[in-house]
Design a protein. Structure first.
Length: 294
Protein backbone atom coordinates (compact mmCIF):
# COMPACT_ATOMS: atom_id res chain seq x y z
CA UNK A 1 0.00 0.00 0.00
CA UNK A 2 3.02 2.26 -0.33
CA UNK A 3 1.93 5.59 -1.83
CA UNK A 4 -1.82 4.87 -1.89
CA UNK A 5 -3.70 8.14 -1.23
CA UNK A 6 -0.36 9.77 -0.67
CA UNK A 7 0.44 7.79 2.48
CA UNK A 8 3.52 5.72 3.25
CA UNK A 9 3.08 1.98 3.71
CA UNK A 10 4.05 2.10 7.39
CA UNK A 11 1.33 4.69 8.00
CA UNK A 12 -1.25 2.42 6.41
CA UNK A 13 -0.01 -0.39 8.68
CA UNK A 14 -0.78 1.67 11.78
CA UNK A 15 -4.16 2.73 10.38
CA UNK A 16 -5.22 -0.83 9.59
CA UNK A 17 -4.02 -2.23 12.92
CA UNK A 18 -5.51 0.64 14.92
CA UNK A 19 -8.86 0.42 13.15
CA UNK A 20 -9.05 -3.35 13.70
CA UNK A 21 -8.15 -2.97 17.38
CA UNK A 22 -10.78 -0.27 17.91
CA UNK A 23 -13.44 -2.33 16.12
CA UNK A 24 -12.80 -5.48 18.14
CA UNK A 25 -12.63 -3.47 21.38
CA UNK A 26 -16.21 -2.30 20.76
CA UNK A 27 -17.27 -5.72 19.52
CA UNK A 28 -15.94 -7.68 22.49
CA UNK A 29 -17.38 -5.18 24.94
CA UNK A 30 -20.67 -7.00 24.41
CA UNK A 31 -19.17 -10.51 24.46
CA UNK A 32 -16.55 -10.70 27.20
CA UNK A 33 -17.84 -11.20 30.72
CA UNK A 34 -16.81 -8.88 33.52
CA UNK A 35 -16.99 -11.54 36.21
CA UNK A 36 -18.79 -14.91 36.33
CA UNK A 37 -20.70 -14.22 39.53
CA UNK A 38 -22.36 -11.03 38.28
CA UNK A 39 -23.33 -12.05 34.75
CA UNK A 40 -26.85 -12.95 33.67
CA UNK A 41 -25.71 -15.16 30.77
CA UNK A 42 -24.94 -18.12 33.02
CA UNK A 43 -27.33 -20.11 35.13
CA UNK A 44 -26.92 -19.99 38.90
CA UNK A 45 -25.25 -23.41 38.84
CA UNK A 46 -22.81 -22.34 36.11
CA UNK A 47 -21.90 -19.15 37.99
CA UNK A 48 -21.27 -21.11 41.17
CA UNK A 49 -19.12 -23.65 39.31
CA UNK A 50 -17.07 -20.89 37.66
CA UNK A 51 -16.42 -19.17 40.99
CA UNK A 52 -15.46 -22.47 42.67
CA UNK A 53 -12.99 -23.19 39.86
CA UNK A 54 -11.43 -19.75 40.24
CA UNK A 55 -11.06 -20.26 43.97
CA UNK A 56 -9.46 -23.66 43.41
CA UNK A 57 -7.09 -22.39 40.67
CA UNK A 58 -5.82 -19.58 42.88
CA UNK A 59 -5.62 -21.77 45.99
CA UNK A 60 -7.65 -19.21 47.92
CA UNK A 61 -10.84 -19.25 50.00
CA UNK A 62 -14.42 -18.08 49.60
CA UNK A 63 -13.87 -15.40 52.26
CA UNK A 64 -10.96 -13.83 50.41
CA UNK A 65 -12.64 -14.20 47.05
CA UNK A 66 -15.80 -12.47 48.21
CA UNK A 67 -14.06 -9.55 49.95
CA UNK A 68 -13.53 -6.26 48.13
CA UNK A 69 -10.72 -3.74 48.60
CA UNK A 70 -10.81 -0.08 47.66
CA UNK A 71 -8.48 1.05 44.87
CA UNK A 72 -5.99 2.56 47.29
CA UNK A 73 -6.08 -0.48 49.59
CA UNK A 74 -5.38 -2.71 46.58
CA UNK A 75 -2.44 -0.55 45.49
CA UNK A 76 -0.93 -0.57 48.98
CA UNK A 77 -1.43 -4.33 49.30
CA UNK A 78 0.25 -4.94 45.93
CA UNK A 79 3.24 -2.72 46.71
CA UNK A 80 3.67 -4.26 50.17
CA UNK A 81 3.82 -7.81 48.80
CA UNK A 82 7.43 -8.85 47.97
CA UNK A 83 6.12 -11.44 45.51
CA UNK A 84 5.00 -8.59 43.28
CA UNK A 85 8.60 -7.57 42.64
CA UNK A 86 9.73 -11.10 41.83
CA UNK A 87 7.18 -11.37 39.05
CA UNK A 88 8.00 -7.86 37.84
CA UNK A 89 11.65 -8.87 37.40
CA UNK A 90 10.69 -12.11 35.67
CA UNK A 91 8.35 -10.30 33.27
CA UNK A 92 10.96 -7.61 32.56
CA UNK A 93 13.46 -10.33 31.62
CA UNK A 94 10.97 -11.85 29.20
CA UNK A 95 9.48 -8.70 27.69
CA UNK A 96 12.89 -7.02 27.52
CA UNK A 97 14.00 -9.88 25.31
CA UNK A 98 10.91 -9.45 23.11
CA UNK A 99 12.18 -6.08 21.86
CA UNK A 100 13.81 -7.98 19.01
CA UNK A 101 10.33 -8.27 17.48
CA UNK A 102 10.48 -4.61 16.42
CA UNK A 103 13.56 -5.31 14.34
CA UNK A 104 12.86 -8.75 12.88
CA UNK A 105 12.28 -7.32 9.35
CA UNK A 106 15.62 -5.53 9.58
CA UNK A 107 17.37 -8.64 10.84
CA UNK A 108 15.84 -10.71 8.04
CA UNK A 109 16.91 -8.09 5.49
CA UNK A 110 20.48 -8.35 6.80
CA UNK A 111 20.39 -12.00 5.69
CA UNK A 112 20.12 -10.82 2.09
CA UNK A 113 16.37 -10.71 1.50
CA UNK A 114 14.81 -7.74 -0.28
CA UNK A 115 12.53 -5.33 1.58
CA UNK A 116 9.21 -6.87 0.46
CA UNK A 117 10.51 -10.44 0.61
CA UNK A 118 11.84 -9.78 4.11
CA UNK A 119 8.32 -8.88 5.26
CA UNK A 120 7.01 -12.20 3.94
CA UNK A 121 9.85 -14.06 5.63
CA UNK A 122 8.72 -12.77 9.03
CA UNK A 123 5.44 -14.68 8.74
CA UNK A 124 6.81 -18.19 9.51
CA UNK A 125 8.49 -16.81 12.63
CA UNK A 126 5.15 -15.71 14.08
CA UNK A 127 3.36 -18.84 12.88
CA UNK A 128 5.80 -21.02 14.80
CA UNK A 129 5.26 -18.81 17.86
CA UNK A 130 1.48 -19.15 17.49
CA UNK A 131 1.71 -22.96 17.45
CA UNK A 132 3.94 -22.98 20.53
CA UNK A 133 1.63 -20.56 22.33
CA UNK A 134 -1.50 -22.64 21.75
CA UNK A 135 0.07 -26.03 22.50
CA UNK A 136 2.10 -25.07 25.58
CA UNK A 137 -0.69 -22.95 27.04
CA UNK A 138 -2.91 -26.03 26.81
CA UNK A 139 -0.35 -28.34 28.41
CA UNK A 140 0.41 -25.79 31.15
CA UNK A 141 -3.27 -25.70 32.05
CA UNK A 142 -3.72 -29.45 31.68
CA UNK A 143 -0.82 -30.30 33.99
CA UNK A 144 -1.40 -27.26 36.23
CA UNK A 145 2.22 -26.27 35.78
CA UNK A 146 3.63 -22.79 35.32
CA UNK A 147 7.11 -23.14 36.77
CA UNK A 148 8.64 -25.59 34.31
CA UNK A 149 6.74 -24.32 31.29
CA UNK A 150 8.06 -20.79 31.84
CA UNK A 151 11.53 -22.12 32.66
CA UNK A 152 11.53 -24.26 29.52
CA UNK A 153 10.36 -21.45 27.26
CA UNK A 154 12.95 -18.98 28.54
CA UNK A 155 15.60 -21.71 28.48
CA UNK A 156 14.78 -22.40 24.82
CA UNK A 157 15.15 -18.72 23.97
CA UNK A 158 18.45 -18.59 25.86
CA UNK A 159 19.78 -21.55 23.89
CA UNK A 160 18.70 -19.91 20.64
CA UNK A 161 20.61 -16.70 21.46
CA UNK A 162 23.80 -18.71 21.98
CA UNK A 163 23.39 -20.49 18.65
CA UNK A 164 22.59 -17.22 16.85
CA UNK A 165 25.92 -15.81 17.99
CA UNK A 166 27.99 -18.97 17.66
CA UNK A 167 26.92 -20.26 14.23
CA UNK A 168 27.64 -18.41 10.98
CA UNK A 169 24.78 -19.75 8.92
CA UNK A 170 21.83 -17.64 7.81
CA UNK A 171 19.44 -20.60 7.66
CA UNK A 172 20.33 -21.61 11.20
CA UNK A 173 19.93 -18.01 12.37
CA UNK A 174 16.49 -17.86 10.79
CA UNK A 175 15.43 -21.15 12.41
CA UNK A 176 16.72 -19.99 15.79
CA UNK A 177 14.73 -16.76 15.44
CA UNK A 178 11.58 -18.85 15.03
CA UNK A 179 12.16 -20.79 18.24
CA UNK A 180 13.52 -17.76 20.10
CA UNK A 181 10.32 -15.79 19.48
CA UNK A 182 8.19 -18.86 20.23
CA UNK A 183 9.74 -19.31 23.67
CA UNK A 184 9.44 -15.65 24.62
CA UNK A 185 5.86 -15.05 23.54
CA UNK A 186 4.62 -18.33 25.00
CA UNK A 187 6.13 -17.43 28.38
CA UNK A 188 4.45 -13.99 28.52
CA UNK A 189 0.84 -15.06 29.22
CA UNK A 190 2.04 -17.93 31.42
CA UNK A 191 3.93 -15.47 33.65
CA UNK A 192 0.87 -13.24 33.98
CA UNK A 193 -1.30 -16.24 34.75
CA UNK A 194 1.24 -17.50 37.27
CA UNK A 195 1.22 -14.09 38.94
CA UNK A 196 -2.56 -14.15 39.18
CA UNK A 197 -2.52 -17.62 40.74
CA UNK A 198 0.15 -16.84 43.34
CA UNK A 199 -1.49 -13.60 44.53
CA UNK A 200 -4.49 -15.18 46.26
CA UNK A 201 -6.04 -12.29 48.16
CA UNK A 202 -8.98 -10.36 46.58
CA UNK A 203 -9.38 -9.67 42.88
CA UNK A 204 -8.57 -5.97 43.30
CA UNK A 205 -5.07 -6.74 44.58
CA UNK A 206 -4.46 -9.31 41.86
CA UNK A 207 -5.56 -6.79 39.24
CA UNK A 208 -3.11 -4.17 40.53
CA UNK A 209 -0.25 -6.67 40.73
CA UNK A 210 -0.85 -7.91 37.18
CA UNK A 211 -1.10 -4.30 35.97
CA UNK A 212 2.20 -3.42 37.67
CA UNK A 213 3.94 -6.46 36.24
CA UNK A 214 2.61 -5.76 32.76
CA UNK A 215 3.18 -2.00 32.69
CA UNK A 216 6.68 -2.05 34.16
CA UNK A 217 7.62 -4.89 31.86
CA UNK A 218 6.53 -2.85 28.84
CA UNK A 219 9.00 -0.13 29.80
CA UNK A 220 11.57 -2.44 28.19
CA UNK A 221 10.68 -0.76 24.89
CA UNK A 222 12.54 2.32 26.13
CA UNK A 223 15.94 0.64 26.28
CA UNK A 224 15.22 -2.35 24.04
CA UNK A 225 15.05 -0.15 20.96
CA UNK A 226 18.78 0.51 21.40
CA UNK A 227 19.80 -3.13 21.33
CA UNK A 228 19.41 -3.86 17.62
CA UNK A 229 21.03 -1.13 15.46
CA UNK A 230 21.28 -2.14 11.80
CA UNK A 231 25.03 -1.46 11.94
CA UNK A 232 25.40 -4.56 14.18
CA UNK A 233 23.99 -6.90 11.52
CA UNK A 234 23.98 -9.66 10.58
CA UNK A 235 25.38 -11.03 13.88
CA UNK A 236 23.81 -8.47 16.26
CA UNK A 237 26.22 -9.50 19.02
CA UNK A 238 25.16 -6.75 21.44
CA UNK A 239 21.47 -7.51 21.10
CA UNK A 240 21.76 -11.29 21.39
CA UNK A 241 24.25 -11.04 24.28
CA UNK A 242 21.87 -8.79 26.21
CA UNK A 243 18.74 -10.84 25.65
CA UNK A 244 20.77 -13.99 26.28
CA UNK A 245 21.56 -12.64 29.74
CA UNK A 246 17.89 -11.72 30.21
CA UNK A 247 16.50 -15.09 29.19
CA UNK A 248 19.17 -17.07 31.03
CA UNK A 249 18.55 -15.19 34.27
CA UNK A 250 14.78 -15.40 33.69
CA UNK A 251 14.92 -19.18 33.28
CA UNK A 252 16.88 -19.55 36.52
CA UNK A 253 14.52 -17.18 38.36
CA UNK A 254 11.42 -19.03 37.12
CA UNK A 255 12.84 -22.34 38.33
CA UNK A 256 13.64 -20.85 41.76
CA UNK A 257 10.41 -18.92 42.34
CA UNK A 258 8.63 -21.70 44.30
CA UNK A 259 11.72 -21.97 46.50
CA UNK A 260 11.93 -18.21 47.03
CA UNK A 261 8.25 -17.97 47.90
CA UNK A 262 8.75 -20.31 50.84
CA UNK A 263 10.94 -17.71 52.54
CA UNK A 264 8.83 -14.65 51.74
CA UNK A 265 5.81 -13.35 53.64
CA UNK A 266 2.70 -14.10 51.65
CA UNK A 267 -0.28 -12.12 52.86
CA UNK A 268 -1.38 -9.77 55.59
CA UNK A 269 1.18 -7.02 54.97
CA UNK A 270 -1.40 -4.23 55.13
CA UNK A 271 -4.23 -3.36 57.50
CA UNK A 272 -6.91 -4.25 54.95
CA UNK A 273 -5.38 -7.67 54.30
CA UNK A 274 -5.05 -8.39 58.01
CA UNK A 275 -8.74 -7.57 58.42
CA UNK A 276 -9.62 -10.09 55.70
CA UNK A 277 -7.49 -12.79 57.32
CA UNK A 278 -9.03 -12.02 60.71
CA UNK A 279 -12.56 -12.40 59.31
CA UNK A 280 -11.51 -15.65 57.68
CA UNK A 281 -10.12 -16.96 60.96
CA UNK A 282 -13.32 -15.97 62.78
CA UNK A 283 -15.38 -17.81 60.19
CA UNK A 284 -13.19 -20.90 60.42
CA UNK A 285 -13.37 -20.80 64.19
CA UNK A 286 -17.15 -20.62 63.98
CA UNK A 287 -17.25 -23.62 61.65
CA UNK A 288 -14.99 -25.60 63.94
CA UNK A 289 -17.21 -24.77 66.91
CA UNK A 290 -20.32 -25.89 65.01
CA UNK A 291 -18.66 -29.19 64.11
CA UNK A 292 -17.67 -29.78 67.71
CA UNK A 293 -21.21 -29.13 68.87
CA UNK A 294 -22.62 -31.53 66.30
Amino acid sequence: MEGIRGLRGWRWLFIVEGTAAAFFALFFKFILLDFPENTSRFSLEDRQLAVIRMIADRNTTATRHGTRLTHWQAVKAALADPRTYIFIVLFVMDLGSCTISYFIPGIVRSMGYTSVHAQYMTMPIWLVAAVFLVVLSYTADHFQDRRWHVTGCLGLSFLCTILCVAINNEKVLYAMLCFYIAGLYTALPLILNWTSEVISLPAEKRAVVVALVNSLGNLSAVYGSRLWPSSDGPKFIKGFATVGAFTGFGAILAALIPVLLRYLPTEGQTKAEKAILAREEELNEGLRSNRDEV
